[in-house]
Each structure stands twice: as structure tokens, then as C-alpha cells.
Design a protein around this ligand. Structure first.
Ligand code: ATP
Length: 254
């Protein structure tokens, strides 16, 4: 099966800084992959390469089997950044309007929304558990609720994969757990493949299926349970500083 995302031996430099070295990684249909790494380990650079915003100095990036520079079907990819929750948050838009704006990816900015736009907005909001907030101003929601709305906006174009760049920044521990449960639900019940980038090892919870440890290069890529078996010293070596792991035995990925 063609991987959704594939990086082959990718190198990236910013002037003298070697941000990524010989990075190879695949994301397959159905994966919920978390890429974890400390500050400055190259996570954002990796995301920019996948989004086609940066070009590798060496190596290749493929989306759905095509070189990223030739990939045009943007609706296949939903992207939510850590800054989404501050984006336009003072703007007097309702949750409905924010989610509906995600349809522009398919209709184009200056086209009319489809007749069933309202149904599509409601369905997207139901999938992230935010249907009760449809008429609220976006600015009146908490950071975690806003992130769910931005995920609904990404989902409305019916992407095959969701790319999430540190989506839980600023969200408290309790809401973070329910946020991850919501992502697991999207992955297991709505067939959404997820690539999540985080600097927080705690994010490696029972929610995800796979994990990759990045610190300029990929030190580990495998099942989340395999990472659990590794000694803390190994993780600390990759991270370059002590780590605190909150691992959950068993799982609710059913
Ligand atoms: N525009 C830039 N110019 C020069 N160096 C950069 C630039 N952007 C990033 N870097 C450097 O490249 C390395 C990787 O940065 P990157 O932002 O990808 O890391 P990150 O893992 O996303 O970090 P964080 O978790 O702090 O957001 C760092 O050493 C950083 O200082």
C-alpha cells in the first residue's frame, strides 16, 4: 500500500544549523503517529517539509506517492497548528462560520458554499464533540475548545490525514486527556490517519498507535508499546536531558 507520507534520507540546513539529518519516515493509512522531540529537535522543520513550505537539501518527501512539489490535492490534508487557537480569536466569527470556512479548500474562496454546508458543519462538530457550541462566538471558547473547532474546520474538507503541530499547547492536563481521546476516536471510528508533533513525552499516551523520537534524526520509530519497553536512559540519551514519562498500561484504542 502506498504510504500517505514518506520521507527518504532527508537533510535540511538553516545556514550553519543542521536541523534534520538523514531522516526517513513513513506514515501509513490508519496510523496515529506521534513525533516526539525536545525543543529545537527539528519538529517544525519536518512539518514544513511535509507541507511543502521548505525543500530538502537532500532526500525526497512524498505525499500519497507523489513528490510533494507535484501534489495538488490539498483537501486530502488537514493541518492544525499550535497557533490556531490564537488565530483570529478576537474576530467576531461564530463556531459555525469558522468551521464552514474550511469548505473553501474545496469550493475556492469566492465560490458559494454547497447547499448542505450546514449539515457538513454539524457533522464535523459532532465528530469533535462541539455541536452544542455551533452558534457561540469563537472568542468565547477555551483554548482546548477552540482547538477542537479548528480540527472540525480541518475535517470538513474530508481529509485522509490530519497533521497536528503541538495542538495541546496551553491546554491543561485534564482537557488534554479528553482532547487525545477525541483524536483516538477520529482515528479509530472515522478512519482519519493522524500525524501529531509534540515536544511533550507525556503525549505518548494510550491514544496513539505509533511513535517516532526525533532529535535531528529519527532515533526510534515503532509501536508505542515498544517505546514503553525501552529504559529511561535510552530516551534521555536521545533527548539530551532527563525525561519524565507518563505511560498508560493497556489502551482504549478499540
Ligand atoms: N529560520 C531559521 N533560521 C535559522 N535557524 C533555524 C530557523 N528555524 C529553525 N532553526 C533552527 O533549526 C533547529 C530546528 O528548529 P525547529 O523549529 O524545527 O525545532 P522544533 O523541534 O520545532 O523546536 P520547538 O519545539 O522549540 O518548536 C533549531 O536549532 C533552530 O534554532
Amino acid at each position: 500500500m502506498t504510504p500517505y507520507i514518506e520521507l527518504k534520507n532527508v537533510n535540511y540546513f538553516y545556514e550553519k544549523t543542521e536541523a534534520l539529518k538523514d531522516v526517513s519516515l513513513t506514515v501509513n493509512e490508519g496510523d496515529f503517529l506521534a513525533i516526539i522531540g525536545p525543543n529545537g529537535s527539528g519538529k517544525s522543520t519536518l512539518m514544513k517539509l511535509i507541507l511543502g513550505l521548505l525543500k530538502p537539501m537532500q532526500g525526497e518527501v512524498y505525499l500519497f506517492g507523489k513528490p510533494v512539489s507535484e501534489f495538488k490535492d490539498r483537501a486530502c490534508i488537514g493541518y492544525v497548528s499550535q497557533k490556531s487557537n490564537s488565530f483570529n480569536s478576537g474576530f467576531p466569527a461564530t463556531v459555525f462560520e469558522v468551521v464552514r470556512s474550511g469548505l473553501a479548500k474545496k469550493t475556492g474562496l469566492f465560490h458559494r458554499y454547497p447547499k448542505d454546508a450546514e449539515q457538513q458543519v454539524k457533522a464535523a462538530l459532532i465528530s469533535v464533540g462541539m455541536q452544542a457550541y455551533i452558534n457561540r462566538p469563537i472568542s468565547a471558547l477555551s483554548g482546548g475548545q477552540q482547538q477542537r473547532v479548528f480540527i472540525a474546520r480541518a475535517l470538513i474538507s474530508k481529509p485522509k490525514i490530519l497533521l497536528l503541530d503541538e495542538p495541546t499547547v496551553g491546554i491543561d492536563q485534564q482537557n488534554m486527556q479528553s482532547f487525545y481521546r477525541m483524536l483516538t476516536h477520529l482515528n479509530t471510528h472515522h478512519d482519519i490517519t493522524i500525524l501529531l508533533i509534540t515536544h511533550d513525552v507525556d503525549a505518548v499516551s494510550k491514544s496513539i498507535s505509533h511513535v517516532a523520537c526525533l532529535n535531528r534524526t529519527i532515533h526510534f520509530h515503532g509501536y508505542q508499546q515498544e517505546l514503553e519497553q525501552l529504559p529511561d536512559q535510552q530516551l534521555e540519551e536521545w533527548y539530551g536531558h532527563p525525561v519524565r514519562r507518563v505511560m498508560h498500561k493497556g489502551g482504549d484504542r478499540s
